[in-house]
Design a protein around this ligand. Structure first.
Ligand code: DGJ
Length: 748
């Protein structure tokens, strides 16, 4: 619901209220963003500057409260008394926009520039502000659990105007907050980092040309006492995949100014008379129920209003990806062998990753040449995909269309298509980016990718991008508009193709890409213990349905950490499950365990992918209201571990539940010489007997069953004891380092 009453605008849903007041000077003041309130509460919620603070520049010399610097604002100009950071910079001129009108529109308002937008908005408030020669439109679209804001600047004068900065939103929130950002790099994405927001500005930005694995555009502001289940938390994100910028800073008056938009660094664009510039959409979310409440609001917004309509709430297939198992070393025979094995494990989609085209036998050549390598694939993609279909699986294919290797036919013919500057080229992973601001480059990509997609039975695409850009400012923004145009032209007419975006793993995990690709490859790091951090970081802002999560080999290629297969599965379950390892070398016990994992995941896939997510003391839980699945994850074990309690959230206290821990296989090989304590005969820990036993036999783990009330589960039930070196029996959890369990809680 959006309404206007005596200059007060109220945007309200069941999750939040957002109040704006147009003051006596035509300045939109920010009144409230938080728990639902009444429009009539505006006076009680507004800032009360009284007689002001002194030394301010006043809009009206007779009114000591008319100092812009001390008010909570919806937008801010420059040079007119507000000396905090401005969301707008027009070269060589101050700005002082005043309210000129409003409209309340049904649904959302389409943009002209081709940036991706959220869909299914309820209503939109358009506030118009003007100054001589320019008009500013502030858009507020209400969604049930989030508010989406964006800004449009129009040159209404008769001379060109130079725009150096235009944020998607700016707001002054009363109160003191901490900011949580999600930082990292390749194989180390989404590490949460908290800082208090005080008088010095805190900035979260990317300059790599992508939304980046260094600083995800999504961030939180929270009150110091906020916890997982309680406290006030705000979440912000940008529907954009390029260089972004967000800043938060607290004023002397205790107002925290927050803004977010396209990064203004090196940004400058000329607006001819009559022309407009549109900012990307920004998402603003609130919860009074802690980080958990905020995440669930964000998840519901992303699942319902960002993901392309066809894939909304659609179960995602269990896939097998060839990359970690084969890299560039494959041919049709090897792929079909892997496909047969993947099928027998229960996988539903076979994805051929890098290496299928041109001279792409390594990462130094071939990008840009999308002609099938007939030496590797003599029957082409049509033949391979048909055979995979005949096995009963879907077929998916990797592309990296935005890049070109200098060692490629494309580059030899069109060196001018690469993105360059006036200096000698600098390569990233031996490649350059193509200049997506050029229409002929976009046409080449659209034609070639479309041709291949239509030449075979392809139901999934992994769209990769593996280098940072050299483009700055306006050029970098133009590149993103070019990319969105390409994606729209390729996948718009093919909505049933499941697109998984990837950029060296999670280098472009953002809402812009998610408008086209329902899932994103979260990280090249598939070590489950690292994934707890990566998927855990993502969980604050993005739902499980968007997170590509694969089981790979152990010891892990990036950490050398050996983890149980059960834990690799248990962590990957909380996303879109896949397998990415050489299946030929699996032991019989591993094959059996993976089959069980896939069957279990399929049984509960909707709950894992779309259930309500919670971070808990011991791990994560997801729930669809009747089934709750709780993961309990351990790091390094300590000697003599104490009692452990599992607390499940969100149950009915008087209902009765059956709790079962997922069965798991404990490898006998891991006991080595310790087996002498239980085996009737002496066993050489390095001998063939143990090796054979380890291939074929496992000890039973998990499988605990309890019947217990919701009240007991919510206050915390005691789990079976962990192994303490005092003996072995089936009533304990004998797991060692990095062990884990999944508990299935079903209402009786
Ligand atoms: C980087 C991706 O993140 C990997 O999953 C894989 O697709 C490689 N590129 C292929 O070159």
């Amino acid at each position: 619901m959006i309404c206007e009453q005596d200059g007060i605008f109220h945007i309200g849903t069941e999750a939040y209220s957002y109040l704006i007041k147009i003051n006596a000077y035509g300045i939109p003041e920010h009144v409230h963003f938080g728990a639902p309130v009444k429009t009539g509460d505006a006076a009680a919620l507004s800032c009360r500057p009284g007689l002001g603070w002194g030394s301010g520049v006043l809009l009206n010399a007779q009114d000591s409260a008319s100092c812009l610097d001390t008010l909570a604002l919806e937008w801010s100009g420059s040079g007119r008394g507000d000396y905090r950071e401005s969301p707008l910079e027009l070269e060589g001129t101050s700005s002082d926009f005043r309210y000129s009108g409003f409209r309340i529109l049904k649904g959302s308002v389409a943009m002209a520039c081709g940036l991706p937008q959220a869909h299914g908005g309820l209503e939109t408030l358009e506030l118009t502000l003007e100054q001589p020669g320019a008009k500013l439109s502030l858009y507020y679209t209400a969604y049930p659990t989030a508010l989406v804001r964006r800004t449009v600047l129009e040159n209404t004068g008769d001379v060109p105007m130079r725009l150096n900065k235009l944020m998607s939103f700016c707001v002054d929130l009363p109160g003191a907050y901490h900011m949580a950002t999600f930082n990292g790099g390749w194989i180390a994405e989404m590490r949460r980092h908290d800082v208090p927001v005080g008088g010095s500005k805190v900035v979260n930005e990317s300059l790599t040309g992508a939304s980046s694995n260094r600083h995800n555009p999504g961030f939180l502001l929270f009150e110091a006492n906020a916890a997982e289940d309680a406290g006030r938390v705000y979440g912000f994100n940008l529907i954009y995949s390029g260089n972004h910028y967000a800043a938060a800073q607290q004023s002397l008056q205790g107002l925290t100014r927050v803004m977010q938009g396209v990064n203004p660094s090196n940004f400058s664009t000329e607006l001819a008379p009559g022309k407009i510039f549109e900012s990307p959409e920004a998402v603003l979310c609130f919860s009074g129920e802690g980080f958990g409440g905020l995440s669930r609001n964000m998840h519901s917004f992303v699942n319902g209003h960002i993901i392309p309509a066809y894939w909304q709430n659609r179960p995602r297939p269990v896939l097998y990806n060839s990359w970690e198992g084969c890299m560039f070393d494959f041919n049709q025979r090897r792929l079909l062998d892997l496909a047969r094995r993947a099928k027998s494990l229960g996988c539903e989609l076979f994805v051929l990753d890098d290496g299928w085209f041109g001279q792409r036998d390594h990462d130094k050549a071939g990008l840009g040449d999308y002609n099938v390598n007939k030496k590797k694939l003599p029957e082409g993609l049509e033949g391979l995909s048909r055979r995979i279909r005949d096995l009963g699986m879907e077929f998916g294919l990797w592309f990296e269309p935005e890049s070109v290797n200098p060692d490629s036919d494309l580059y030899r013919v069109h060196p001018d298509w690469a993105l360059t500057d006036s200096f000698p080229d600098v390569l990233g992973r031996y490649q350059l980016l193509l200049d997506l601001t050029k229409p002929e480059v976009r046409d080449y990509i659209v034609e070639n990718v479309s041709r291949i997609l239509d030449s075979a039975h392809i139901s999934y695409v992994k769209w990769d991008m593996n280098r940072h850009s050299i483009a700055l400012g306006e050029k970098a923004h133009g590149y993103m508009l070019g990319l969105y145009d390409v994606l729209r032209r390729i996948f718009g007419p093919r909505p049933g193709i499941l697109l998984e975006s990837c950029s060296s793993g999670g280098n472009r995990f953002d809402l812009g890409m998610l408008c086209f690709s329902p899932q994103v490859w979260a990280s090249d790091d598939t070590d489950p213990i690292e994934r707890l951090m990566i998927q855990g970081g993502l969980s604050y802002l993005y739902p499980q349905s968007t997170i590509g999560a694969h089981v790979s080999a152990a010891p892990h290629g990036q950490t050398l950490r050996a983890t149980p297969l059960s834990t690799r599965g248990n962590v990957a379950f909380f996303g879109c499950l896949g397998y990415e390892l050489d299946l030929k070398h699996l032991l019989p016990v591993e094959i059996k365990e993976i089959k069980a994992q896939v069957a279990f995941y399929k049984q509960y896939r909707e709950v894992f992918q779309y259930g309500r997510f919670r971070r808990t003391e011991l791990g994560w839980q997801v729930s669809d209201g009747s089934v709750t699945l709780a993961g309990v994850f351990h790091g390094l074990v300590h000697a003599a571990p104490g009692y452990e309690q599992l607390r499940i959230r969100g149950l009915k206290k008087d209902a009765v539940y059956r709790v079962v821990s997922l069965s798991q296989a404990i490898r006998v090989g891991q006991f080595g010489g310790l087996l002498k304590h239980v085996a009737p005969v002496s066993i050489d820990p390095n001998g063939p007997l143990l090796r054979i036993a380890d291939r074929h036999f496992t000890l039973p783990g998990g499988g605990e069953e309890l019947t217990v009330s919701g009240g007991a589960l919510m206050s915390g039930i005691m789990l079976r004891p962990l192994f303490r070196g005092t003996g072995y029996d089936q009533n304990q959890r004998t797991q060692g380092d990095f062990g884990s369990d999944v508990y299935i809680v079903e209402r009786l």
